[in-house]
Design a protein around this ligand. Structure first.
Ligand code: WQD
Length: 341
C-alpha cells in the first residue's frame, strides 16, 4: 500500500494534515515524532476524529541511525511531508544554535534517506518568514528574500536552498516548498488544535488562553507604520494549510509539477493587524479581551501577507475559512481543553 511519511505528525499542522490524508486519500500514513513540542495524545484525537488508524514512530530525526533502522523497513514510501522543526520566532532569537542544529540536521538526514531509498516526492514545511521585511506586499513566490529577521526564518531559507541544490543535482527528485503564513485555528470538530506544551509565543493561543484567564496578552507594539499601528500578518486556518498539503502531494505524484522544485505561498492574501485579530476574537467569542500595549518584539517583521494566486492555480487550492471562522474554531478548541482539565 502506498505510504506517506509525515514527520512532526503529532504537531499542530502535522496532525491536521494526517486528518486530511486519512479522510481524503487511501495512502497509508506513518507519523514520526519525538514529542519535543507535542504529545502522543494528538494521535488518539486523530483516530477518534477520523475513525481511521495509522502507524507512528517515536524517534529524533537528528539521529541518522534511527532514521535508517526505523524507516528502511517501511515498504512503498512514495512521499515525505516534513513538518518536524522548532518554530518559535522569539525562542530562536534566544537559542539560535538550537534552531540551526535541530532544523537543519533533521532536514539533511531525511533528505539523505529519501535519496538513498529513491523516495522521490518531498514536501517541505517552509514559512513566510523567509521573506523578512519584504520591499513589496503582497509577497509573491518571486519576491526577493530579504535577510531573515530570526534564526527560525533563516533555517527555513537555508532549508529551501538545500532542497534546491539537491533537486539541481538529482532531476528525478521532486520537491514542493510550502511557505505558510500564520497558521491559526483548529479542526472544526473542536477536538484537536494547537497544543503548546509550554507558554505559547504565538498570538492566537495566547488570545484564547487569556480569554479563559490562563495567560495575559501584551500587544507587541502599536507604533508601527500600519493602519492601526500594530503588525500585519496573513492568518490562515490550519485546515486550509492541511488541505494544501494533500493537493501538493497529488501535484507531485501525478507529475503535474513543471519543475522539480516548486514554491507556493499558503496564505489567504488578506493582511490582518494584531488589533483586528483581537477584535475578531472578541466578536466571535462575545468576550472582552484584556490586553496591554507593550514594546516591540525583537525579530518581528512589520507586515507580511501573501499573493496566493500561484497555489490557487497550480494546486487547485483555495483557502475556505474567514478570520472570524479561524478565531471561532480556536475558541471552540480552547473550551474543549477547559472541559478536559
Ligand atoms: C504574530 C503577531 C506579534 C504574541 C509565525 C509562527 C512561525 C511562522 C511564521 C509558520 C506578531 C504579535 C504575538 C503576543 C503579540 N509560521 N504578538 N503578542 O511571529 O508572525 O510567526 O508565523 O511557519 O512559526 O510563529 O507569529 O503569532 O508569534 O506573532 O502582539 O503575545 O502577533 O508581534 O506581530 P509570527 P506570532
Amino acid at each position: 500500500m502506498q505510504t506517506i511519511v509525515v514527520t512532526g505528525g503529532a504537531g499542530y499542522i502535522g496532525s491536521h494534515t494526517i486528518i486530511e490524508l486519512l479522510t481524503k486519500t487511501n495512502f497509508k500514513v506513518v507519523s514520526i515524532d519525538n514529542f519535543s513540542n507535542s504529545t502522543e495524545a494528538a494521535y488518539k484525537r486523530i483516530k477518534e476524529i477520523t475513525g481511521k488508524d495509522f502507524d507512528a514512530l517515536n524517534f529524533d530525526l537528528c539521529d541518522e541511525q534511527q532514521i535508517h533502522s526505523q524507516l528502511s523497513k517501511i515498504k512503498d514510501i512514495i512521499g515525505i511531508i516534513h513538518f518536524a522543526a522548532f518554530k518559535s520566532v522569539p525562542e530562536s532569537m534566544a537559542h539560535p544554535l538550537l534552531y540551526y542544529q535541530n532544523n537543519l540536521t533533521s532536514l539533511n538526514n531525511l533528505l539523505k534517506f529519501a535519496q538513498e531509498q529513491k523516495i522521490m516526492n518531498f514536501i517541505f514545511s517552509s514559512s513566510c518568514s523567509v521573506y523578512g521585511n519584504a520591499d513589496e506586499l503582497p509577497v509573491t513566490e518571486n519576491t526577493a528574500l530579504k535577510t531573515a529577521e530570526s534564526p527560525y526564518g533563516h533555517t527555513k531559507q537555508i532549508g529551501e536552498d538545500i532542497i534546491n541544490f539537491v533537486c539541481k543535482a538529482d532531476p528525478a527528485f521532486n520537491a514542493v516548498l510550502l511557505r505558510y503564513f500564520n497558521p491559526v485555528g483548529a479542526h472544526l470538530s473542536g477536538n484537536i488544535g494547537e497544543f503548546p506544551l509550554n507558554r505559547p509565543n504565538n498570538l492566537v493561543p495566547i488570545i484564547t488562553q487569556t480569554a479563559v484567564g490562563k495567560n495575559s496578552l501584551t500587544v507587541f507594539g502599536n507604533d508601527f507604520d500600519t493602519r492601526d499601528g500594530s503588525c500585519i500578518r496573513d492568518y490562515i486556518h490550519v485546515s486550509d494549510i492541511a488541505d494544501a498539503h494533500v493537493k501538493a502531494l497529488y501535484y507531485l505524484i501525478e507529475k503535474k509539477n513543471k519543475k522539480n522544485v516548486s514554491v507556493f505561498n499558503l496564505g489567504t492574501g488578506n493582511g490582518v493587524s494584531v488589533l483586528e485579530a483581537i477584535s475578531s476574537f472578541e466578536k466571535v467569542s462575545d468576550k472582552k479581551l484584556n490586553y496591554t500595549i507593550g514594546s516591540r518584539r525583537e525579530g518581528d517583521v512589520v507586515a507580511v501577507y501573501a499573493d496566493n494566486s500561484l497555489a490557487k492555480k497550480e494546486l487547485n487550492w483555495t483557502p475556505k475559512y474567514s478570520l472570524d471562522e479561524m478565531m471561532a474554531s480556536a475558541w471552540k478548541w480552547q473550551q474543549t481543553l477547559e472541559k478536559e482539565n
